[in-house]
Design a protein. Structure first.
Ligand SMILES: [Zn+2]
Length: 207
């Protein structure tokens, strides 16, 4: 059966997605929050593509972000931890979209993802104390991503980082709208297919 997903998006923008691409003409999250956005968006469920699907790919991704030096690699434990962290951060971003507090299940997932994460504190150029990733190698790189979340929660920018409420999409976008009320990555893609799905349901129910 052809669904709204197939007709509007499958094989759509993911194949030619370039670095920095955002659906709906949105601007990417401002730095450093864009690091978290890009990390979670290494996977979009409906495109069945995962940019960090192997330890080697994760290593290149982290190195490309300046989070790993040339002589550091990704071990099996860090690879598993990265995937747990990505999943937990997507769940948190979805809670931002839905305006809900995390259920126990989400908190447990988050606890698991954070169990080997260590953070440190360093003075920034302006004298402010900044939270930074601690530890070594890939664990430090993952901790650096978590540090951005901590800083974003402290500064108030974090609630604007949202996962698209269309569950097969889940794209993490930065909601720059005045009242921070966006819930779809793109109104014209996921917003309209959600509307047509509910239209189809109503029609079916009334027929
Ligand atoms: Zn979407």
């Amino acid at each position: 059966m052809v669904t709204g997903i197939a007709s509007c998006c499958l094989g759509g923008y993911r194949d030619d997605v370039s670095e920095g691409f955002q659906p709906g003409g949105r601007a990417p999250a401002p730095p450093p929050l864009d690091l978290v956005q890009d990390f979670v968006n290494t996977e979009i469920p409906e495109w069945a593509r995962d940019d960090i699907a192997t330890p080697g790919l994760l290593e290149s991704w982290l190195r490309g972000r300046g989070l790993l030096s040339d002589d550091e690699g990704v071990d099996a434990a860090s690879f598993v931890a990265a995937r747990e962290l990505r999943s937990a951060l997507r769940a948190l971003a979805l809670l931002n979209t839905l305006g809900r507090r995390p259920p126990d299940r989400a908190l447990d997932e988050l606890r698991r993802a954070l169990r080997d994460i260590s953070l440190g504190v360093e003075p920034a150029a302006d004298g402010r104390l900044a939270v930074v990733g601690a530890g070594a190698g890939a664990q430090r790189a993952l901790a650096a991503i978590v540090a951005v979340v901590v800083e974003g929660q402290a500064s108030g920018s974090w609630p604007r980082l949202k996962a698209c409420r269309q569950e097969t999409c889940g794209w993490v976008f930065f909601d720059a709208s005045r009242n921070a009320s966006s819930t779809w990555c793109s109104m014209s893609v996921c917003g309209s297919r959600a509307k047509s799905a509910s239209y189809r349901r109503r029609r079916k129910a009334s027929s």
